[in-house]
Design a protein. Structure first.
Length: 301
């Protein structure tokens, strides 16, 4: 198979592992810098050009779209979909995952456990937003952000109001969530491939840090999750529409709650903690499912 991976940095662990796993299985994987693609939107003849040449026909595309180029990356993925190329994660699902509010609404619709989450446009409603979320301490998040960037813990109602009003005053969209104190600064990352949880780990934040992201100095270890946690991760991936994703959950007093569904999850932490060949599992899934025109949205989303 000829596989294209949309990624800006070929030297990242995740990207090198996916390329290695593909080549071990006899496939050709080319890493394409998403931002250097340009699109020819011609009637019934969609094309993608790259560094002065039209891209050849690929059997599958692995989108590894960075958060800073989500809009353009989704446009490139849509173009591949319109060309009938199988995309591991489709553009609509990537867009849902990058919009925290939309993904939360989709999961709430399907009855998936979530922290109490509130959102408002008018800063005059800040007091009501804080009250609805259960009061301080509160976690305040930018609607778009990854790796713990744009996530703030407000210890008091007054600080929560000040933070929300400051963001809204700058016309930045945020949401407020209850703080799950009993999680103790740890979370669960469940790696889902094709509707199955293939690897799980617990991430623990540094002392004094409520965010457990490995990019922020957190540590990871192998974890066996409960059937309820496994079911929650699978249902969350299905609600957002992702074939491959990392589902981040907290253990609360009322069961597992989903914090985020990540459409470009890193492989280094999960493979190191579990010893599993997650990259190989992803390529195996592509082998079984990559067929021309199999995209559900075909660029229509």
């Amino acid at each position: 198979m000829k596989i294209a991976m949309l990624a800006r940095n070929p030297n990242l662990y995740s990207h090198k592992r996916l390329k290695e796993a593909a080549e071990e299985r006899g496939h050709e994987l080319t890493i394409i810098n998403t931002t250097r693609c340009y699109i020819n939107i011609a009637s019934r003849r969609p094309e993608i050009w790259y560094d002065g040449e039209k891209l050849p026909t690929y059997d599958a595309v692995i989108p590894r779209i960075g958060a800073s180029v989500t809009f353009y990356g989704m446009a490139v993925v849509r173009q591949f979909e319109m060309m009938g190329v199988y995309c591991l994660n489709e553009s609509v699902a990537i867009g849902r995952s990058r919009d925290k509010l939309r993904s939360m609404q989709l999961m709430a619709r399907d009855g998936i456990g979530l922290p109490v989450t509130t959102f408002a446009y008018d800063s005059k409603q800040t007091a009501e937003v804080v009250k609805l979320a259960g009061g301080a301490p509160l976690v305040i998040k930018l609607l778009e952000g990854t790796q713990g960037v744009g996530v703030i813990l407000a210890d008091t109602d007054r600080s929560a109001k000040s933070i929300i009003e400051a963001f809204r005053g700058a016309n930045i969209n945020i949401m407020a969530q209850e703080f799950i104190k009993e999680a103790g600064g740890s979370d669960i990352r469940a790696f889902v491939v094709g509707g199955k949880v293939v690897a799980t780990m617990m991430r623990q934040g540094e002392e004094g840090e409520f965010r457990s992201n490995l990019h922020r100095g957190g540590s990871a270890k192998l974890l066996r999750i409960s059937p309820e946690e496994r079911s929650t991760a699978i249902r969350a991936a299905r609600a957002v529409g992702l074939n491959v994703c990392g589902v981040d959950m907290l253990r609360s007093n009322h069961g597992p709650v989903v914090m985020e569904v990540n459409s470009s999850p890193g492989l280094e932490g999960i493979e190191t903690a579990t010893g599993k060949d997650v990259a190989g599992t992803i390529i195996d899934y592509i082998e079984k499912n990559a067929k021309p025109g199999r995209s559900k949205t075909k660029g229509r989303g």
